[in-house]
Design a binder for this molecule. Structure first.
Ligand code: COI
Length: 352
C-alpha cells in the first residue's frame, strides 16, 4: 500500500484554535483527524483519514462481549525547526502485532500502521506541541467488529489511530502499594499483551490503593506475590547498587520506554539486568540504602519517579529525586533526542 491508497477527507472545522496548550489534560483533547481501516474476511481494505468523530457499532459487536481489543501508546515530538518526529513506532508496531496474535486477531501491516500514521501526522502536524515536556500522544487500537454473540474469533476488525496533544501523565513522583491480594497476569496468560482487559482488571485494586493513600499498585507475580512485575500504567526500573535492574518475563508488558532506557544504560557502559526482583530484595535494598533510584517507565508516564512504596502496612521512602543521577540523565538525554537537539545516533526518531 502506498500513500495514494489512503483516502483523505479533511475537516472543514478545525478545533485547533480552541485548544489551551498550557493546560492539557491527558487524553481529553483529540486532534482533528483519525485514521480508520477495516478488515474483513482476511483482507485489510478501506483505509481512510477522516475528521475525528463518533463511529457506529452494533450492540452485538464481539469486542464488547468477549474483549478482542488491543491498543498502543506512542509519542511524536516537534523539533525547534518544526520537524515532526515519532519515537520508535516500529517497536510499537511489532508489539501491537504480538498482542494481536495472542488475541487471535489479524496483524496490521506496516503500510497502514507506520506509513498511515506518518500521513495522519503530516495532516495534523499543527497539533504536535512544541513546548518542552509536551508531545502528541498517539493511540492506535483495534477491536473485533463482527455482530455475533457466539464465542469465536471475529471475522471483521477495525483499526483506528487517534492522536492528541498531552503534557505529563503524572505531574509529580508517585507512591505505589505492593499488591499481594489481586493479580494482574499469570504465566501463560496475556500479561505481555496490551489488551484492554489488562487495564480493566486493574481498576478495582487501584481504587482500593487510592483509598489507602497510594497513586498506583505495584503488581506482583500470581503464584507467590513475591516478585515485582509492573505498575499497570508503566514498567518499573530500579538502581540497586551500581546496577540498573528491571523485572522481566511474559507476565509484564515489554515496554518501549523500558527497552530504550536499558539500551541507553548498556550504551553508557552501565551494568544492567533484566531478571526477577523480589519484594524482599527491594525493601531490604531501600532500608540498607542500596536502592538509590526507582521509577516507572512508559510512553505516557515517560520517567516518573517513585517517592514511596507501601508493603505489609509499612511505608518505605525512596531517596530525594535530586540525587537520582541515572534517571535524571536519561530524562535529559531523551528530551534532547526527542526534540531534535542532539544527533539521533540510535535511529529512534522517525521523521514525518
Ligand atoms: C502508555 O503509556 O502509552 C499507556 O498506554 C499507558 C496508559 C495507562 C496511558
Amino acid at each position: 500500500m502506498t500513500r495514494t491508497d489512503i483516502r483523505v477527507e479533511q475537516t472543514q472545522h478545525s478545533r485547533l484554535a480552541d485548544v489551551d496548550f498550557d493546560n492539557l489534560v491527558f487524553g481529553k483533547v483529540l486532534s482533528d483527524h483519525m485514521l480508520v481501516a477495516d478488515y474483513h474476511d482476511g483482507v485489510w481494505g478501506d483505509v481512510s483519514i477522516v475528521p475525528y468523530g463518533n463511529i457506529s457499532i452494533s450492540p452485538s459487536m464481539s469486542a464488547l462481549h468477549y474483549g478482542q481489543s488491543i491498543f498502543e501508546g506512542i509519542k511524536a515530538y516537534k523539533f525547534e525547526d518544526g520537524t515532526v518526529s515519532i519515537f520508535r513506532p516500529d517497536k510499537n508496531w511489532e508489539r501491537f502485532n504480538k498482542s494481536a496474535t495472542r488475541l487471535q486477531m489479524p496483524e496490521v501491516p506496516q503500510e497502514i500502521f507506520i506509513d498511515g500514521l506518518k500521513q495522519l501526522l503530516s495532516i495534523d502536524q499543527n497539533w504536535v506541541p512544541n513546548k518542552n515536556g509536551s508531545s502528541l500522544y498517539i493511540r492506535p487500537f483495534m477491536f473485533a467488529t463482527e455482530a455475533a454473540l457466539g464465542v469465536h474469533p471475529s471475522i471483521s476488525y477495525k483499526f483506528i489511530i487517534i492522536t492528541g496533544p498531552v503534557g505529563a501523565y503524572y505531574s509529580k513522583p508517585i507512591s505505589l502499594k505492593v499488591e499481594t491480594e489481586y493479580t494482574r497476569a499469570a504465566d501463560g496468560g496475556v500479561g505481555f499483551s496490551k489488551n484492554a482487559g489488562n487495564y480493566a482488571l486493574a481498576l478495582y485494586p487501584t481504587e482500593l490503593a487510592h483509598k489507602q493513600g497510594y497513586d498506583q499498585v505495584m503488581w506482583t507475580d500470581a503464584r507467590e506475590h513475591k516478585y515485582i512485575e509492573e505498575a499497570g500504567t508503566a514498567n518499573l526500573i530500579f538502581r540497586i547498587g551500581d546496577t540498573i535492574i528491571t523485572p522481566h518475563g511474559d507476565t509484564i508488558l515489554h515496554g518501549v520506554t523500558r527497552r530504550t532506557i536499558i539500551e541507553l544504560a548498556d550504551a553508557w557502559g552501565l551494568k544492567t539486568e533484566q531478571r526477577k526482583v523480589s519484594v524482599d530484595e527491594l525493601i531490604q535494598g531501600i532500608e540498607s540504602g542500596q536502592v538509590s533510584e526507582a521509577f516507572a517507565a512508559g510512553t505516557a508516564a515517560t520517567i516518573t519517579h517513585i517517592s514511596r512504596i507501601g508493603f505489609n502496612g509499612r511505608d518505605y521512602e525512596l531517596p530525594a529525586v535530586e540525587t537520582r543521577e541515572f534517571s535524571l540523565k536519561v530524562l535529559d538525554y531523551l528530551n534532547d533526542l526527542r526534540y531534535g537537539r542532539i544527533e539521533d545516533s540510535f535511529g529512534w526518531n522517525f521523521v514525518v
